[in-house]
Design a protein around this ligand. Structure first.
Ligand SMILES: [Zn+2]
Length: 201
């Protein structure tokens, strides 16, 4: 099959085909679209891809994506700095922010503890979270890890580390279907879960 394309077109089809949800036919269609498009249009796509990789780093406070050393949420003076919502991924911050119900800060763990997959607590930003809390400004930690076994386990592990700090630890309410993810929950479901959050013991 690859012999029918030129080498560079073949490469482009191959790269598109690696993207999630893109099958062989769509990859081919996208590649031909790029080939036919104006040079400036095609370059705009290439530049956008390069920019997200070059410019977007991790916020040095919360580890969310940011183009500045400190992200916009952490720099926002209107936020309640005594509340930290702990999530697994940057996508979860987006889902929670869309509800409009959050005026707190975040901490992005970078995943969940999964020893079978080789993910240990040290691979996440848990130590940085503990450091933030030991500074003493935080009064509540809202655990918004995914409502599945790995997310629950991670939340419990973190709460055990923080037991001696006296900080209140809550978990999003069980309105979220067990086994689901924050990312795909509806805004209404998330808002209810935020309002109904309960202390984690
Ligand atoms: Zn931040």
């Amino acid at each position: 099959m690859s012999g029918v394309y030129t080498e560079s077109l073949n490469k482009l089809i191959e790269e598109f085909g690696k993207l999630p949800g893109i099958g062989a036919k769509t990859a081919e269609r996208l590649a031909f679209h790029i080939l036919k498009s104006r040079p400036d249009e095609a370059m705009a796509l290439a530049n956008a891809v390069r920019d997200v990789k070059n410019k977007i780093k991790r916020c040095k406070v919360c580890y969310n994506y940011s183009e500045q050393p400190t992200c916009e949420i952490c720099s926002d003076q209107r936020r309640d700095k005594s509340l930290i919502c702990v999530v697994e991924q940057p996508k979860d911050v987006v889902a929670l922010e869309k509800t409009g119900a959050c005026k707190w800060l975040y901490h992005v763990l970078g995943g969940h503890i999964a020893p079978l997959d080789g993910v240990e607590p040290d691979d996440l930003t848990i130590d940085k979270l503990v450091e933030r809390i030991r500074k003493g400004e935080v009064r509540e930690i809202i655990m918004a890890t995914n409502p599945n076994m790995a997310g629950d386990g991670t939340a419990l592990y973190i709460s055990s580390l923080l037991r001696d700090t006296g900080v209140k630890i809550t978990r999003l309410a069980r309105g979220l279907p067990t086994g689901s993810t924050i990312e795909y929950a509806s805004g209404k479901m998330l808002t209810d879960a935020i309002i109904g959050r309960r202390q984690l013991e």
